[in-house]
Design a protein around this ligand. Structure first.
Ligand code: FAD
Length: 656
């Protein structure tokens, strides 16, 4: 029995409920349900904050499992990873130990919107994550399926109809806890679908979580249904890579973690990816077999930004879609065809695959499949991720309607911190929209909710010129150390040093002011222009594309030499200089939208046909669906970006 297991293995820091209760139930500060991307971060964060923590999950050997793509990061997601890392979270460090192809997306745009991304070795990631989790002080990991919650009277003068005091496992054993975090991903009443066949499962090969779903519904939580899917996996040796476009990794790679100067697998040993495309034959197979594809017929919403090939064919007919062939690991025989998520019957999946260039002889090792699952309306949680209904109960990850490992990890770290702070009666740790992508993610979820799997994008973020991947430590590490206690002393000292060095260097750079002719003498290779005969500061000179700290320090060794010696500091100074004035401009735009909140939008505006305003198809769809009356109302529609709002505002003003 699990209770006996607990007695045998109980860690020295776990307290036990006294009395003569039989069997004795262990008492933890924080219990985390689920060992996925949210659960591992939550459990580790709670333990770092000093809470005696128990991670309960179906199987320890699936801790850190990547259910779908073998990659981390991407546009917006890379920012989340840097912020998780700034709070001393795990995923960035574990990725740097397991990455096999690093590539920064959006490189041509500025570093504010770079998408740090890497292919990750699935097996290595799991191994490294399990090693980390099983060796975290104050954290116990235990296998078990949670079926129910133990509830008690609410704490007076706090909202909530009751308080959670622990969990009940499937065998009836109990674990008491001061706070509980539920991170069950796609498992709540999960149903796996291939073709017209459907069976209960949290994901392929894993049991669903039905009892806990019923408990949450009975408690009064509003539950919705979402779906997602994953592509088939292909045997590597059956692919003709020689005729496909090859993408090599970045050299040098940009690590995810602030603590790493480089990554474990050397760039020269990293693996390439290859690009191929769908064709009209793929469309034909999909369209002819829609009647054999239950998942596609389902009206529940799937991920807009990671759609199945079936949705792409239906929404954008007669187009060729990209398929990236991504390695699953250094010594893996499998390739993940990104862009080919599908739920056709297995034999038809093979037909689709072999109709694609380079895959003519491909062997499908595991078919793609879909999963449909319950999620809880995230408007039922606060910005600390505690539920409004049940005190001390926290939700994090896909259960809140998000999709993606990074979104899950980001919520996990915040839930872990807050569950721990709640135990010690400290104020919650909340990240605002102006402080981080994590803040935007949680604010969007808790105020607007979501009706489709929510993923992070830079376009959702109003303050994206200041919320950059390079400065996440400046924004969050010091707060994480002082207010939450989730950051190690070593990381704190490093971040403090970087912050004060940047501040000092910026003030020195601002104080050096010379005429443009003097700059011309010092740095002849750059033409420094100024409209008036005003002096130009060294910070302004650093904004020029061709100028970096090394060049500046050569021109003015004293006092600049010392700021050019540390490569990281020098690179960060360059980015700070680049964004200084752009950031000011963005602030003006934000103020403009705030001033014009009440501006009326024409009732007869046809968002689909109006061409004089730059709006994405997605934004047009959303505006058309919601028909907001004012600019303020439009700005609160999820997915309508700040850039779209400023364009719309200026368009409406010119037509009035
Ligand atoms: P998970 O990683 O799912 O972890 C949940 C954990 O909870 C599991 O360890 C499970 O065993 C445990 N658990 C569940 N119930 C209980 C219980 N009652 N008791 C104890 N333990 C329990 N994301 C994308 O960004 N793009 C995609 O294309 C994409 N496709 C996907 C396709 C599939 C088929 C699946 C399954 C997921 C896909 N995802 C995709 C989502 C991505 O995997 C998740 O967003 C991410 O894993 C969520 O992390 P999580 O921690 O919330 O949940």
């Amino acid at each position: 029995r699990a209770a006996a297991t607990f007695d045998r293995r109980h860690p020295p820091w776990a307290r036990f409920s006294g009395d003569s209760a039989e069997p004795r139930a262990p008492l933890f500060d924080v219990v985390v349900v689920g060992g996925g991307h949210a659960g591992t971060e939550a459990a580790a964060a709670a333990a770092r904050c000093g809470s005696r923590t128990l991670l309960l999950t179906h199987r320890v050997d699936t801790v850190g499992q990547m259910s779908c793509n073998p990659s981390f990061g991407g546009i917006g997601k890379g920012h989340l990873m840097r912020e998780v890392d700034a709070l001393d979270g795990l995923c960035s460090r574990i990725c740097d130990q397991s990455g096999i192809h690093y590539k920064v997306l959006n490189r041509r745009k500025g570093p504010a919107v770079w998408g740090l991304r890497a292919q990750i070795d699935r097996k290595l990631y799991k191994q490294n994550m399990q090693k980390e989790i099983l060796n975290t002080p104050l954290l116990t990991v235990q296998e078990g399926a949670v079926e129910d919650l133990i509830l008690s009277d609410p704490e007076p003068e706090r909202p909530g109809k009751c308080r959670v005091s622990g969990v009940v496992l499937v065998d009836g054993s109990t674990v008491y806890a001061e706070s509980v975090i539920v991170t069950t991903g796609t498992f709540l009443r999960g149903m796996v679908v291939i073709g017209v066949e459907m069976h209960s499962a949290g994901r392929l090969g894993d049991q669903p979580s039905v009892g806990l779903a019923q408990t949450l519904e009975k408690l009064g939580f509003a539950v919705g249904r979402l779906k997602t899917g994953t592509p088939p996996r292909i045997a590597k040796e059956s692919i003709n890579f020689s005729i496909l476009n090859k993408q090599t990794p970045d050299n040098p790679p940009l690590p995810f973690s602030f603590t790493n100067k480089t990554v474990w697998i050397k760039p020269e040993d990293q693996l390439p990816c290859h690009l191929t495309h769908t064709n009209p034959q793929v469309d034909e197979i999909v369209l002819e077999n829609l009647h054999l594809n239950s998942h596609v017929k389902e009206t529940t919403r799937g991920p807009r930004y990671c759609p199945s090939i079936e949705s792409k064919v239906l929404r954008f007919p007669n187009r060729l879609h990209q398929v990236w062939l991504e390695p699953e690991g250094m010594d893996s025989d499998l390739i993940y065809p990104q862009g080919l998520s599908m739920t056709l019957p297995a034999e038809l999946q093979e037909k689709v695959i072999t109709s694609i260039r380079g895959l003519e002889k491909a062997r499908v090792i595991q078919p793609g499949y879909g999963v449909q699952y319950d999620y809880l309306d995230p408007r039922q949680i606060t910005t600390s991720l505690e539920t409004r209904l049940v005190q001390r109960l926290f939700f994090a990850g896909q259960i809140n309607g998000t999709t993606g490992y990074e979104e899950a990890a980001a919520q996990g770290v915040i839930a872990g911190i807050n569950a721990s702070l709640r135990v010690s009666c400290k104020p919650p740790f909340v990240v605002s929209r102006t402080e981080g992508y994590i803040g935007v993610l949680i604010d969007d979820l808790t105020t607007l909710g979501t009706s489709e799997p929510y993923r992070m994008f830079t376009s959702r973020v109003e303050f994206r010129l200041s919320l950059r991947p390079d400065n996440a430590d400046r924004r969050l590490t010091l707060r994480g150390y002082k207010e939450a206690g989730c950051v190690s002393q070593h990381r704190y000292e490093r971040a403090s040093w970087m912050k004060s060095s940047l501040e000092e260097a910026i003030s020195v750079l601002k104080s050096i002011e010379l005429s443009s002719s003097k700059w011309k003498n010092l740095i002849p290779e750059v033409s420094i222009s100024t409209s008036r005969s005003l002096p130009v500061s060294a910070l302004d000179v650093l904004k020029y594309e061709e100028v970096d700290m090394e060049l500046l320090a050569k021109a003015i060794p004293e006092p600049l030499k010392k700021y050019a010696v540390c490569r990281e500091l020098a690179e960060r100074l360059k980015i700070e200089a680049t964004y200084e004035s752009v950031w000011f401009h963005q602030l003006q735009e934000i103020k403009e939208v705030q001033r014009e909140e009440a501006l009326q939008l024409p009732e007869d505006l046809d968002y689909f046909t109006v061409r004089d305003v730059s709006l994405s198809h997605e934004v047009r769809e959303k505006l058309n669906f919601s028909r907001p009356q004012t600019i303020g109302a439009a700005s609160r529609i999820p997915g309508v970006t700040p850039a779209a709002i400023i364009n719309l505002l200026r368009f409406v003003k010119t037509t009035q």
